[in-house]
Design a protein around this ligand. Sequence first.
Ligand code: FES
Ligand SMILES: [Fe+2]
Length: 468
Amino acid sequence: MSASDAATETGNGKVPPKYACGETFVPKTRYIDPEFLHLELERLFTAVWQPACREEEIPDAGSFYEYTIGRQSIMVVRQKDASIKAFYNACTHRGMKVVRGAGCAADGDLRCAFHGWRFGLDGRSAFVPSRDEFLHRPREQWSLRPVSVGTWGGWVFVSMAENPQDLLEWLDPLPMALEPFRLQDMRFRWRKRTKLAANYKTVIDAFIEGYHTPGTHPQTLRPMQGPRPSAEPAPPQEYVYAPYTPTIPYRNHSRFIYTARPDSGDRDSARREQAARPEVFANSMQYNYLEVGSLVTERDYRAAQQLATMDAGDVPPFVLYHQLCEQLARAEGVDFPTMTMEQYFAGNGDWHVFPTLVLLVEKSCVLGYRMLPDAEDPNRCVFEMFSLEHFAPGEVPQTSWLEVERWQDHDGWGELPTQDLQNIDAIHAGMHSRGFEGLWLNTAQEMSIRNEHAIADRFIFGVDDRDD
Ligand code: FES
Ligand SMILES: [Fe+2]
């Protein structure tokens, strides 16, 4: 059945039974059916705001970046006045892509390589060889077709919708919650890109809940063993040290909290005990630098080493750690973000910026992921991982950029991301099993996953069953 047949069959406001979620159940068809991928690409990705690139990737007038989503190629172009425009990347002559990849149209024209048509940075037709040989074409049809564009947090967002919702409204509550962290002032330290044999949501789902932490990352339960604890599987009794990571669904996005809050009650008592000792807390932070390469920057790592030598006192170690990080950053000329602990806890955590972006937000840096669907195959996706950090002016390093076909061909992912990546193929392969119907979700720690499907149903099937 084609996507248009599905539309006819369901009409507005009804999810076909094979794609219908329960309160806590998500059918596997939404991950493995080619038809569902087609619906997502046709109805969801054409309607939502999505991050195309970072502003720093188009630094100069004429800089362009090609963002590909499904079969759609969109070019984002920096204008002469530093503003940004976006266009469908299709020549208005015979459709050829005008730009490929990223680069800079230094002479101020975007040139189609086929017959040599040229377009200004603003998309207007600038040169057509033998223009008088084209008959009766309406004037407005010569220009590149625009796509809506907006910026937030240093990202350039695009939307193919005719009249998209205001970007900041769409992103709510992120702009308010993350304002103190000043994501727009962060720059890439490193980024990696590879392909994975899984649906893009299979991968997203592995990064927007913390319930898998003790199962997949048991070493994070053992900071008392040092900065590099054992990764042996955890026996059931060790789960008392598991972090409680509740998910918070919002209308368009979700968040989970991965740091034990001081007021989060008895469920975190085991972790609180660990966290009362400076060297134990410091071990966790050192681990993140050594084996994640983000969440904790190189500078924060030095703060953690200092913390490890301090005695326990009245001030909780995590407060000391934040003070040390800030002191070091300021001493090194970084315009470190200033915020209260309240503000920190309101923004800190793991955000799903629906549909493609995942951000783990700290004061010094953001660990991010982006997953993009394949154009045809629900069992494939593009996976990106990156670290954005606050640097001193003039100290922004050359981004360390890795792109590999197979993630196994690169051994620098770090222990913790490697554990996640090792799961992916097996999760997605298991979904195809005749003995598996769909996902049964934890009502406290996995509602981020249920939420992403509720959001998708609004766009794909016109069903809005949640009010916030
Ligand atoms: S297709 Fe671009 S100039 Fe002909
Ligand atoms: Fe993980």
